[in-house]
Design a protein around this ligand. Structure first.
Ligand code: NAP
Length: 241
């Protein structure tokens, strides 16, 4: 199987790249930080790709490069994402636009390119989008990020409905707080960490590998009848409300 992972240079994306390689996939590790993508790719025997998901045509180019190298594409996992936090009235539209461009439009662009390829190949495909618990739960300071992840959730459901006729499944994994560079600020501050942990029934952050296991399942043949689903991997946070 041939897999393309965006945001593969760090955190959840790097763990996904490793997990998919462990099961035998050839993995293309795409990130806007080429050095980090190269490091992960070297570790999994895969290919590194410089990719800024906000650049016009980046999704098509990433799919084309994958096909040039490996002949086809079977799985796309979109992990590239950013978070910008601040009081909503002061965030500014530039910041909100930046977050939406990466998290929503950047996801849409590469998913559409992958789907076009899947249609050409004629035998379906798997797409897994990385959403967030913030698609469901609003926290202070998260207006831009939560709006983007709510959009990713509905994007995933919409693409699943649109592309089912091509045999393409689209699902969304919703991480809770996960131990990666993105959450280092929160988890590194004892008070903020403690407040966060009180909300999580399992009482600890997730590990990137735990997100990767959920992704690998949804990107496997065993998940052949699952599409349009949102799979929370959040230590029970959503269940607790
Ligand atoms: P991370 O460690 O910061 O990894 C994200 C990767 O995506 C980084 O390498 C980042 O590069 C890259 N990236 C950002 N913008 C990009 C762009 N325009 N084009 C290509 N690559 C880009 O964060 P993570 O925690 O693994 O996050 C992965 C996904 O999980 C994100 O969608 C995030 O929203 C989601 N998530 C994370 C958590 C959490 O607690 N960590 C919880 C819920 C959901 P730079 O380092 O240069 O920005």
């Amino acid at each position: 199987m041939i897999s393309l992972v965006t945001g593969a240079g760090s955190g959840i994306g790097a763990a996904v790249a490793r997990r998919l390689a462990d099961r035998g996939d050839e993995v293309v590790c795409a990130d806007r930080d080429l050095a980090s993508a190269e490091k992960v790719a070297a570790g999994v025997g895969g290919m590194a790709l410089l990719m800024d998901v906000t650049v016009a045509g980046a999704g098509q180019q990433a799919v084309d490069r994958t096909v040039e190298r490996f002949g086809r594409l079977d799985t796309l996992v979109t992990c590239a994402g950013i978070e910008r936090v601040g009081p909503a009235a002061e965030l500014g539209t530039d910041t909100v636009r930046e977050v939406l461009e990466v998290n929503v439009l950047g996801t849409f662009d590469v998913a559409a390119a992958a789907c076009r390829r899947f249609v050409e190949q004629g035998d379906g495909g798997r797409i897994v989008l990385i959403g967030s618990v913030n698609a469901m739960i609003a926290l202070p300071g998260q207006a831009a990020y939560a709006a983007s992840k709510g959009s990713v959730l509905m994007l995933g459901r919409s693409l699943a409905v649109d592309w089912a006729r091509f045999g393409v499944t689209v699902n969304v994994v919703g991480p809770g707080v996960t131990d990666t560079p993105m959450s280092a600020g929160t988890l590194g501050d004892p008070d903020r960490r403690a407040a966060m942990m009180r909300r999580i029934p399992l009482g600890r952050p997730g590990r990137p590998e735990e997100m990767a296991d959920a992704v690998a399942f949804l990107a496997s043949e065993r998940a052949s009848y699952i599409t349009g689903a949102y799979l929370p991997v959040d230590g029970g946070w959503l269940a607790a409300g």
